[in-house]
Design a protein around this ligand. Sequence first.
Ligand SMILES: Cc1ncc(COP(=O)(O)O)c(C=O)c1O
Length: 371
Amino acid sequence: MSINYGKLVRPEVAGLHPYKPGTTVSQARAKYGLERVIKLSSNENPLGTSPKAVAALAAMGDLQVYVDDDHHELRRRLAEPYGLGPEHVLVGHGSNDVVRTLFTALVAAGDEIVMGDPTFSLFPLDTELFGAIPVKVPLRDGVHDLEAMLAAVTPKTKMVVLVDPNNPTSTRVEREAFDRFARALPEQVILLLDQAYREYMPPNSVEGSDYVKSRPGTIVLRTHSKLYGLASLRFGYTLGDPELVGFAQRVRLPFNVSRPAAVAALAALDDHEFVRRSLETNEAGKAYLFPAFAQLGLHAYPTAANFVAVEVPGTATDAYEALLARGIVTRSGDALGMPGRLRITIGTPEENRLVVEALGGLVPATVAQGR
Ligand SMILES: Cc1ncc(COP(=O)(O)O)c(C=O)c1O
């Protein structure tokens, strides 16, 4: 007897393509028999993990005890810098989990979800999972086209998703343009602002929490995966209207943030020294990489995050493979809706130097010399 699971699962699930993470270090090692592999494919913190978070984890005991699922103190601390309260915060197993919870609460079959194209791949995936329709609005020069996104809103639009800075292009929208956009968006449309890379943005960037206060229906996503170096532990959260957060609380899984994740997340908030060093490293990386790309004749979108989207000679897939063979793991733009470019995390000075050297090896000598 055989069973046809394809017919048993929901039609939305049968048609779904799973989220594709980048190549892992062990996969890269195995493929090319490499000793040293540099992973610049997932925009992780090149300095590692917040030492305060590590110390707090090491001091933990009593893992047999369920976590206090309210996470009141953590939520209070997360909201405090923005003049918001714990009631504005929904925590989750990474911000991906928070997105899934929000979509479970909000998104119904037939709803339209407006988003940039390309943008973070989880958004089209979750939209399709709930039988909703992703309305994909092409970026303009790698930047969200806010006017076109506004024009794409219809009476069926449940939500507009804006990833700022955007993944995979690393770009941000201008504050004034965003302000006009947020004001023009119909009242009943949810504005989901994914700011996973907010801390890396230059001054005068969009601060999502301002809109949580001024525009009902605005939800901001934040994560500890990037700046605090806690991607592996999984911790992310929202800032949003308490009533909406209350609805989302009804559908989240119990204990969806483990005690180690909560303890580390709280400790990391006090690690000002690690934050300072991380931001400094990122700024130094930008200052080195952009002139180096220009020297090689490779265009990169201006970055507001901890990664770059750089043009490569030939196809992105070939460039990705050539760098992988040298022990540098990046993401091919071909897999991210960004052909002709690689997405590369800004690393340590040494890692950045190796990236430039490897990219230099792809550029025909005449081009590099002519610049
Ligand atoms: C735009 C964006 N949002 C969210 C995430 C995922 O965050 P988390 O690790 O908190 O689930 C990422 C990670 O790459 C991202 O690029």
